[in-house]
Design a protein around this ligand. Structure first.
Ligand code: ADE
Ligand code: ZN
Length: 335
């Protein structure tokens, strides 16, 4: 089974590129950019990665991102992610980035997007991984700031597939971001949003009805509302679940408390993703292995999760079919 989890082609749909900043690269970039970190060793950083909720993580995540200054830093960050997941048979990645984390510190939007874009192009050549970029608005900041960020992104819209909504969820409901999402949709960006991670099921309704999202990021609290679950099943709205993230951020006490198996059994389009792998102790393969152990997933479940990952992706149909065919080949060979 471990080999099957490893070998199966997969897509990652919920990955914050800033959350893939490994401590070793953080030190390297800090040195390169003459920044003094409050940590002296990799071990010291890792020790600090003890979280009791989303906010306790976000504080340290925004701190870590401060080492990213130049275009090449963003490039190196994204290339390190691609290099890490290529051996895990990730064939496609939809990558969140948080421009406001950087523009607020005086880093130009162009610096961020140019570095990430070049890495996406090179990853296709070097690792045969395709990718899409999804710009996330920080929901703890006002909508006016999100609109400014969207305006900065418009000249680069051919490089950006979608928009998302992340950061502190509780107290910052999707309804606060209706105007910016409307403008983004009008400009051809595909909308997604984090909802139902720490926030209530009501935020998932709002993301669907007011922001008109095509996927829900996390969504693990959907079972608090059976009517919502019916809707998610009926409309086949994908949920990008991040198991090790939910465990590390104390959304659940133990992995087996997550409704992942229940989602699959109900016919929800659930996928397994890594969220912020450098902070939560695992990339997509480690997340899948942890789920296999926690839920006694069988081969068909793993196959279904991988199939969902391609079906829920924003790649075009011909690409999708190619991936699904490869997936089918690996699955058939293994049975
Ligand atoms: N930004 C990075 N990771 C996040 C998460 N899990 N939830 C909300 N915002 C995030
Ligand atoms: Zn996330």
């Amino acid at each position: 089974m471990e080999h099957f989890i490893h070998a199966i082609p997969k897509a990652e749909l919920h990955l914050h590129i800033e959350g893939s900043l490994e401590p070793s690269l953080m030190f390297e970039l800090a040195k390169r950019n003459h920044i003094t970190l409050r940590f002296k060793t990799v071990e010291e950083i890792k020790k600090a990665y003890q979280f009791n909720n989303l906010q306790s993580f976000l504080d340290i995540y925004y701190e870590g991102a401060q080492v990213l200054i130049k275009e090449e830093d963003f490039y190196d960050l994204a290339m390190a992610y691609f290099a890490r997941v290529a051996p895990q048979n990730v064939r496609h990645a939809e990558i969140f980035f948080d421009p406001q984390t950087h523009t607020q510190r005086g880093i130009p939007f162009e610096t961020v997007i140019n570095g990430l874009r070049q890495a996406c192009l090179d990853a296709k050549e070097k690792f045969h991984i395709t990718s899409n970029l999804i710009l996330c608005f920080l929901r703890h900041l006002p909508e006016t700031e999100a609109i400014k960020t969207l305006d900065q992104a418009l000249p680069f819209k051919d490089w950006i597939t979608g928009v998302g909504l992340d950061s502190s969820e509780k107290g910052f409901p999707p309804k606060l971001f209706q105007r910016v999402f409307e403008k983004a949709r009008g400009n051809g960006f595909i909308p997604v949003a984090h909802a139902g991670e720490e926030g209530p099921a009501e935020y998932i309704w709002e993301a669907l009805d007011l922001l008109k999202v095509k996927r829900i990021d996390h969504g693990v609290r959907c079972f608090e509302d059976p009517k919502l679950v019916d809707r998610l099943v009926e409309e086949q709205i994908p949920l990008t679940v991040c198991p090790l993230s939910n465990l590390k951020l104390c959304v659940v006490d133990q992995l087996k408390d997550l409704p992942l198996k229940k989602m699959l059994d109900k016919g929800l389009v659930a996928t397994v993703n890594s969220d912020d792998p450098a902070y939560f102790g695992g990339y997509i393969e480690e997340n899948s292995l942890a789920c296999h152990q926690a839920f006694q997933l069988i081969k068909d479940d793993i196959y279904q999760l991988a199939k969902n990952s391609f079906e829920a992706s924003f790649i075009d149909l011909s690409e999708k079919q190619k991936h699904l065919k490869d997936l089918e080949t690996v699955y058939q060979k293994s049975t």
